[in-house]
Design a protein around this ligand. Sequence first.
Ligand code: HSE
Length: 318
Amino acid sequence: MSVSVFAPISIGNVSVGFDTLGLCLSPVDGQLVGDIVRVEKLLKTDANSDQFILTGTHADKLPQDTKENIVWKCIVAFNTALAQLGREPLLIKVTLEKNIPVSSGLGSSACSVVAAFVALNQFYQLPFSEIKLLKMMGELEAQISGSLHYDNVAPCFLGGLQLMLNDENKITQKLPTFDDCFWVIAYPDVEVSTKAAREILPAQYERKTLIEFGQNLAGFVDACYRQDKEQAFSLLKDVVAEPYRKSLLPNFEKSILELKQLGSLASGISGSGPTLFTVFDDRESATKAKDWLTENYLQSEAGFVHICQVDHQGARKC
Ligand code: HSE
């Protein structure tokens, strides 16, 4: 008995919704960009404790001590919740294929956490509801980033554009999206930890900023429902984080000016960076942006650019 689950990348914040909006994406060329977790049953004759295997292109950037790995911590949390239901955990082997660079702004830790919980829930034949799983995912994600925010785990788990609600009985609401748009993401390969990128933000904001933030977020959500693309992307401005974080990204301001020349509808920082995102409504311009970013924004061979569209599926068996 075994289950493998793929969990895709996501853009946290989406400029207008700090800690409040998140968008799940997949490349248009069909590549699976995200982490994979596989759960297999072990026989008591073969092993006397759970096993954890770490593979994938970014495995070497994670703690090599199994107990420090976030997926291991997910197993512990899942087993505790199972025990609360009166069910006994089975002996398992769990493999994490770590494909997304850590501290990339693409919801890397969410990919691992979501893939782990969905795979474990599938393996045990769905003992937990969607909302219970989401809460467990949020708690584990918080252990890594230092604060509870669902803007990566919710879209990664459920797909699409998710709006976090201040309501613990619901947590998130899926919003309508512009499905003909192309979201180009560029990871330059410089490291920006979410924790550090949160620490540089002010503890308080001026009333003027608060009003602008509310107007942009409310206007964007309204434009999504009305499918008013022009309005939506003209409001996609970050007044909360981008002014403080942009210096952490290589030539961010110069890059977004150049992308505007190429026809970009909007650009911003993906999550806490350093990935930059930029949106187009035609594929030809998105391809030109991809080429420009590959040439000018990437800082090493390990950087990458993908042309994506909204992924409505979220985490899924693979
Ligand atoms: N909302 C979080 C932040 C996302 O911007 O700090 C982290 O990916």
